[in-house]
Design a protein around this ligand. Structure first.
Ligand code: F6P
Length: 335
């Protein structure tokens, strides 16, 4: 059997644990399997850039952030049917039986399109997909994406550091969080850190009310702003400064962006274990001749049948479009 492993989209902590689990499970169970890493994600598939992976190549990477295989953004894949066909054709020509993918939303759409070409042409390669994204916006009704809890860990640490200064100086801090269109990372980070408020992407924000909350606090106030909320941190800062000035309240407002710091660094234990679990399950299924499919889990040991890729890729059915009401109530109740 010949297999390839690809990490796509943004890197997320836990991807290396996933790669390791796939390689080790395949080679420990069936040593004659040849396993190849695709260099730099989907672009690597379009240009046939691979490197052979043995058990030693994945030693010492369980906890590390980023991806040892690399991942470059490759917008041509979404836009150009010729590029999609090239990728499918390369998988076939290289005689890969399986392609293992760990990636986000864009990678899932790409995997689905390429799988359709492969099936239509009756080419052999099957695609097994696991969600890897700090945004937790890939089929989150069925499981949590790899990297989400790692990014919350980083955010929690940063939010605690910010609180020290905010508290010493009696400041209001506006803190930008990554998450693309989703508020999951911003909201869960805010809950974990006990922040005063999290602004969601499509929210109609009552700044007067938030200013009242801030002014009633003795010292620090931290408001997290989701990446997709359309106003910049500086625009929000100006709104608060105007309200405070009008009300005669002395309160400094500062801004800080957590973004890329949230995505880097060591993986959280939950992500290491879940990524390893999914890699193991997918490799086992490949060894039994499984069809293409989407694998996810809420926790290590959680088993649910893989979803067909075309079902998983229909995010209107498989993803919470917004944070569930009860989670918002939960966040508000703890404030
Ligand atoms: O999807 C992960 C993510 O970190 C998003 O939260 C963010 O919008 C995007 O990737 C940033 O991507 P890039 O690294 O290409 O700037």
């Amino acid at each position: 059997m010949k297999c390839a492993i690809l990490t796509g989209g943004g890197d997320s902590p836990g991807m290396n644990a996933f790669i390791r689990a796939v390689v080790r499970t395949l080679l420990n169970t069936r040593p004659e399997t040849s396993v190849w890493g695709v260099i730099d994600g989907w672009r690597g598939l379009a240009f046939n850039h691979y490197r052979r992976l043995g058990k030693r190549d994945v030693a010492g990477i369980l906890t590390t952030g980023g991806t040892i295989l690399g991942t470059l953004r490759f917008p041509e894949l979404k836009e150009d049917p010729e590029v999609q066909r090239t990728v499918a054709r390369n998988l076939h020509d290289e005689a890969f039986d399986y392609l293992f993918v760990c990636g986000g939303n864009g990678s899932l759409q790409a995997a689905n399109v390429i799988n359709q070409i492969l099936r239509k042409e009756q080419w052999r390669t099957r695609i097994l997909f696991a969600p890897g994204s700090i945004d937790n916006d890939v089929c989150n009704i069925y499981g949590t994406s790899i990297g989400f809890y790692s990014a919350i860990d980083k955010s929690l640490q940063m939010l605690e550091w910010i609180r020290d200064t905010a508290s010493s100086h009696r400041r209001l801090y506006l803190i930008r969080s990554m998450g693309r269109d989703s508020a999951f990372l911003a909201l869960f980070s805010g809950i974990a850190a006990g922040a005063e408020y999290v602004i969601r992407p499509n929210e109609q924000v009552d700044f007067e009310k938030l200013a009242t909350i801030a002014s009633q606090r003795d010292r620090d106030t931290r408001i997290i702003v989701s990446e997709a909320y359309p106003k910049s941190l500086e625009e929000i800062q100006a709104i608060f400064e105007e309200i405070f000035q009008r009300r005669g309240i002395q309160r400094e407002v500062r801004t800080v962006d957590m973004s890329y710091f949230q995505r880097g660094g060591k993986a959280a234990v939950t992500d290491i274990l879940r990524a390893s679990w999914l890699g193991y399950r997918m490799a086992k299924d490949a060894l039994s001749g499984a069809d293409s499919g989407f694998y996810t889990a809420f926790y290590t040991g959680h088993i649910q049948p893989p979803l067909p890729l075309e079902v998983a890729a229909d995010l209107s059915q498989t993803n919470h479009p917004d944070i569930p009401e009860e989670i918002i109530n939960f966040a508000l109740a703890l404030r």
